[in-house]
Design a protein around this ligand. Structure first.
Ligand SMILES: CC(C)(COP(=O)(O)OP(=O)(O)OC[C@H]1O[C@@H](n2cnc3c(N)ncnc32)[C@H](O)[C@@H]1OP(=O)(O)O)[C@@H](O)C(=O)NCCC(=O)NCCS
Length: 191
């Protein structure tokens, strides 16, 4: 059976699930709140209608992607009070660019919900889903100065592999990237 293109999972009371129509206000607010961190919550889609955003994300999850892209799932993180606290985008396989810098997962937590362990919960959920799909070691990366993200990755078992300071084209990156290898087995839901 093919894996669910838009899975859901709950980690310590935080649920990761696909975007719903009723998430528009929260997710557009998240886009604006996290933009000052240089992070694009809506993956370049924010100029579209919410319906079109959801259609595009559903297509990417199904593997209906532009040439050179890989299947990915965009999951919002919803806490026990029903608030959308952040999102994680999980890439189910790596292409050359993802293998070089971006890795298997990208995440952000809304400023009002930070320092509560949500990024680590989101990453643990993504690692469980990757384990389910046969990815034994996830590549998770962050900018060298991103202490919060580096701590998140380490708290999930990430081991620093190396530091990349040029892109695939050989040009210097705006900021060096730290690449971590994160074993997924500790998070596998079933053996
Ligand atoms: C990085 C980010 C996702 C962290 O989210 P968060 O929910 O606050 O993180 P958590 O509460 O799960 O913290 C996880 C670990 O990071 C540490 N941490 C979190 N923010 C930190 C910060 N700003 N400085 C230092 N450590 C930090 C926590 O203490 C915790 O470590 P511990 O488990 O050893 O105690 C959030 O700050 C964010 O969304 N930033 C903007 C987008 C971004 O940078 N995304 C990642 C791109 S690689």
């Amino acid at each position: 059976m093919l894996p669910d293109p838009s899975p859901s999972i709950t980690v310590d009371g935080l649920t990761l699930r696909p975007l719903r129509a009723e998430d528009e206000e929260a997710v557009r607010a998240a886009q604006a709140e996290v933009a000052p961190d240089g992070f694009d919550v809506l993956l370049g889609l924010s100029g579209r209608s919410f319906h079109a955003i959801r259609e595009a994300l559903a297509a990417w999850a199904r593997g209906d992607v532009p040439p050179g892209w890989v299947p990915s799932s965009f999951l919002v993180a919803v806490d026990g009070a029903g608030d959308v606290v952040g999102r994680i985008s999980v890439r189910w396989e790596l292409n050359e660019a993802l293998r070089h810098v971006d890795g298997h997962a990208g995440y952000a937590v809304r400023p009002a919900f930070r320092r509560r362990g949500h990024a680590a919960q989101m990453l643990r959920g993504a690692l469980a889903l990757l384990a389910e799909r046969g990815v034994e070691s996830a590549l998770v990366t962050c900018g060298e100065s991103n202490a919060g993200s580096a701590a998140t990755i380490r708290s999930c078992g990430g081991v620093l592999r190396d530091r990349v300071d040029v892109g695939l084209d050989g040009a210097p990156l705006p900021e060096p990237t730290l690449r971590f290898d994160v074993p997924t087995a500790p998070y596998a839901l079933r053996g």
